[in-house]
Design a protein. Structure first.
Length: 256
């Protein structure tokens, strides 16, 4: 039982028991009964006005027999509000970023799409918007699980493209993540860090690996959940539209 539900339950029990506390063991005359009834009504109204209700009530010593049943609303409310705001911020940060219309500086937007890939850019004040090739990865049930963003790098003898892959926080980092194209060799890549919205792998792809993406039909990304290290989660990365999207991203970034 959560503290909130427990608080509400205790409050309800106290409210239901109030008439019993007001009873006496000796018979009362009609006039006394009427006076007692009126007094009970006034007491109950006063108790209702004074006691915090619902989520404002708190039970700091839930298991202690001498603990007070409630605290003033002014003391309990700030902690409750902080918890709600923290939960709301955590839930929103774990969701994929919402695309806007790109009007505001710093806003992410989709400039064009190629097959299963989107060219996602960030609006800048200077107008030289940096772009990446983006795909949201889903499991067999259609749940959003991970995402990959990819972009070309200046000419380099070792790495042609850079990528950022984000997986759930519950990923077993020591097992790394692996990628393979059309059932070929699996290449493993380490995770770089974790943040509130997931765990990040900063990956550098060689020219050979990028060419595999261009020629392939699909890639398989494999991660291992921390809660079940003996199992694996396979996510399909569609390569439909990859070549056109990759060239579009490089062309957009070339003018920046």
């Amino acid at each position: 039982m959560t503290p909130t539900l427990k608080t509400i339950s205790i409050t309800a029990l106290l409210a239901g028991a109030a008439p019993l506390w007001a009873q006496t063991d000796t018979p009362a005359t009609d006039s006394e009964t009427s006076a007692q009834t009126e007094q009970q009504g006034q007491d109950a109204q006063g108790t209702q006005d004074a006691a915090p209700t619902g989520i404002e009530a708190a039970v700091p010593g839930e298991d202690g027999p001498d603990a007070p049943a409630t605290q003033p609303a002014g003391e309990a409310a700030p902690a409750t509000n902080d918890a709600v705001e923290g939960g709301a911020q955590g839930a929103s940060s774990e969701l994929p970023a919402q695309e806007g219309n790109g009007d505001a500086v710093g806003e992410t937007y989709i400039s064009e799409s190629h097959g299963d890939w989107n060219v996602r850019c960030v609006r800048t004040a200077e107008g030289s918007d940096p772009c990446q090739l983006y795909q949201l990865l889903k499991d067999e049930r259609g749940n959003s699980v991970a995402e990959i963003s990819l972009f070309g790098l200046p000419q380099n003898d070792q790495v042609e493209a850079g990528a950022t892959i984000i997986t759930p926080l519950e990923t077993l980092l020591t097992e790394q993540l692996s990628l393979s194209v059309d059932g070929g060799k699996q290449n493993s890549y380490p995770f770089t860090f974790c943040a509130a919205n997931g765990c990040y792998a900063r990956v550098g792809f060689t020219a050979s690996e990028v060419n595999q993406f261009k020629r392939g039909n699909s890639a398989l990304m494999r991660i291992v959940p921390a809660a079940a290290p003996d199992q694996m989660i396979d996510l399909t990365i569609s390569l439909s539209g990859f070549t056109a999207g990759y060239e579009a991203v490089n062309a957009a970034n070339a003018g920046n």
